[in-house]
Design a protein around this ligand. Structure first.
Ligand code: DC
Length: 220
């Protein structure tokens, strides 16, 4: 069967990364978490006090950033940062960084290069619309708002025991708003994407549905 490109997009905390990782595993495909790239860039910008309103500083900073994935975990200039990029400090700034034109150009070029060999599952916000507009399978994942907030809260609480539900809800709303209203590649459902609402689905169920869709597209 031919290798295909699978794009999974949707709002924050819809479970994109978990589904994408498991689907890639089941298909023996490469998995790329594009959000981790924007998070790692944000970490670099924070560590180097980059002024987000200064285009020259941003372009210079990007020249010093090398992102690599080893076993699905991202490294920033050779240093594993997968843990660090899941902090609240990064979550609070990443949407602003991801809305910058220069940053998107930098990340999208690398994402497209990763897809050249096909046999890839990538999750994000603009994968089906901008990164791989010709992807054979595009999934637009949705879930009830309350469920999304609960999922994110449970996830964040492990590393930040003092975090409040309110803080999580506010961050989700803030990111959803910026991610879907920015000028460059806002989050949109691609016209040819299939909607998967996982509010009442188990992980196994959504994986099975996606897997069947993938098999159909591989045979097409
Ligand atoms: O999927 P995530 O929550 O790790 O993504 C972090 C941020 O990066 C999110 O707020 C939006 C941005 N992002 C993006 O703009 N485009 C992508 N393809 C992936 C993520």
């Amino acid at each position: 069967m031919k290798g295909i490109i699978i794009a999974i997009d949707g709002f924050s905390s819809t479970g994109k990364s978990t589904l994408a990782r498991q689907l890639a595993h089941k298909l023996n495909y490469t998995y790329v978490d594009s959000g981790a790239m924007y998070r790692a860039i944000t970490l670099y910008f924070l560590d180097h006090s980059i002024d987000l309103s200064d285009k020259v500083q941003i372009v210079k900073a990007l020249e010093h950033i090398v992102l690599t994935f080893i076993d699905n975990k991202i490294s920033l200039n050779g240093e594993p940062v997968d843990e660090q990029i899941r902090s609240m400090a990064i979550a609070n700034l990443v949407s602003e960084v991801a809305a910058l034109k220069e940053v998107r150009k930098f990340a999208v070029a690398q994402q497209q290069a990763m897809g050249e060999e096909k046999a890839i599952v990538m999750d994000g916000r603009d994968i089906g619309t901008t990164v791989f507009p010709r992807a054979e399978l595009k999934i637009y994942l949705t879930a009830d708002e309350h469920i999304r907030a609960m999922r994110r809260y449970d996830e964040m609480k492990i590393k930040n025991p003092t975090i409040s539900m309110n803080e999580v809800v506010e961050n989700l709303k803030h990111r959803d708003l910026i991610d879907s209203t920015r000028d460059v590649s806002p989050l949109r459902k691609a016209k040819d994407a299939v909607i998967l609402d996982n509010t009442e689905l188990t992980m196994e169920q959504q994986l099975e549905i996606s897997y069947q869709w993938a098999l159909e597209r591989m045979k097409a």
